[in-house]
Design a protein around this ligand. Structure first.
Ligand code: KG4
Ligand code: ZN
Length: 349
């Protein structure tokens, strides 16, 4: 069983072909980041137009790279939300058109479900598992109980964690998106204790019950330290202090999620549960190092899909399509594009 996946919910136009045996036959991603760089953020109108320009070429390339034609494909899966609605409509309509033209089933995918299921594509992870979804748009901890049955344990009350990295990057004069550049600066810090002493930063929500996040206070605290003629050394120290604060916030919130997970499913030692991460921020080494330590202490296994499957891509959408198609969960062509689409209640049957 092979599915063609299409993703266009943010600033990546992507298409991929994935087989039921988990082989990724093609995975084409075209980033529009250069179109948005000068604005310091993704501009929805520009994104939608760029998706229009790219979608046909990228989809054809995914089929060509996989060395298949539409007759070899068993279903078309496209992101139908959540995301920037103009872009979502472009990819979704392309998917529906191909499905209609080739007389194949159409599967409308929730982009977040794509991220949640991607570790089942890269590793053999079984339900239930804990998920930390950290991107430019989302900061969520959830339990994946079963296909389509996801329980949100916590989310951000204000900025997403990637957004916080990007805003700090902008304050420090780094290119957009700033997350990777902030991490590169922070990696040059040789004395994290001194950095934290020089730049004392808050850890919003830490110590509170539940799994929610808040990053706007941290962002504002960083801003207070930024000056016009800041030295490179100070930028390095501030980036490192900020990154450490984020990693500690993450660990504190995930620790509470582990307790909730253990109450539901137990953790008796012989079958260790998984914590999986997804989203662009999951590439951050400091955050990963902290999570590795935390999960070890609590008898969990930490895993993150490879970076190409962590950031936005269509292989994860094709895979979500395969999981749904196997259950016969296909959609009619009047399924809607949704700018907001919570992960709860995606279960059929
Ligand atoms: O999942 P993604 O590619 O796109 C969505 O937002 O959906 O995530 C992009 C986000 C951006 O905010 C980017 O700055 C952040 O991930 N990011 C990082 C790192 N690499 C990418 N943040 C922190 N450290 C990194 N190494
Ligand atoms: Zn995403």
């Amino acid at each position: 069983m092979k599915v063609l996946g299409i993703e266009s919910s943010c600033d990546e136009t992507a298409a991929a072909v994935v087989d039921v045996d988990k082989s990724i036959l093609s995975n084409v991603v075209s980033s529009q980041i250069q179109n948005h760089e000068r604005y310091g953020g993704v501009v929805p109108e520009i994104a939608a137009r760029a998706h229009m320009d790219q979608i046909q070429f990228i989809t054809q390339k995914a089929l060509d790279d996989a060395k298949v034609t539409l007759s070899d494909i068993d279903g078309i899966a496209a992101t139908c939300g959540p995301g920037l609605i103009g872009g979502v409509i472009v990819g979704m309509m392309a998917g529906k058109t191909i499905a209609c033209m080739a007389d194949k089933p159409f599967i409308g995918i929730n982009h977040l479900e794509g991220h949640v299921l991607s570790p089942r594509l890269s590793d053999n992870i079984e339900f239930p598992y804990l998920v930390l979804l950290v991107s430019g748009a989302h900061t969520q901890i959830l339990i994946a109980h079963n296909l389509g049955h996801y329980e949100l344990l916590g989310t951000t009350l204000d900025d997403a964690v990637g957004e916080c990295f990007d805003k700090v990057g902008r304050m420090l004069g780094l290119p957009f998106p700033g997350g990777k550049h902030v991490a590169e600066l922070a990696a040059q810090c040789k004395d994290i204790t001194a950095a934290e002493k020089q730049f004392s930063l808050p850890r919003p929500m830490v110590g509170r019950d539940g799994c929610d996040f808040s990053f706007s206070g941290l962002k504002t605290a960083v801003l207070r330290y930024v000056t016009d003629n800041m030295s490179q050394d100070d930028k390095i120290m501030l980036a490192a202090a900020m990154e450490k604060a984020v990693a500690e916030i993450m660990n504190n919130r995930v620790k509470n999620a582990i307790s909730i997970f253990n109450q539901r499913y137990g953790n008796n030692g012989d079958k260790k549960p998984y914590l999986v991460t997804g989203g662009g921020v999951a590439a951050n080494q400091t955050i990963k190092d902290h999570l590795v330590r935390l999960t070890k202490e609590h008898n969990l296994i930490f895993t993150a899909p490879p970076p190409v499957l962590c950031t936005d891509n269509a292989a994860m959408i094709a895979w979500a399509g395969i999981e749904r198609l196997k259950k016969g969960w296909v959609d009619s062509l009047d399924v809607k594009a949704r700018p907001r689409w919570p992960l709860e209640n995606l279960k059929r049957e």
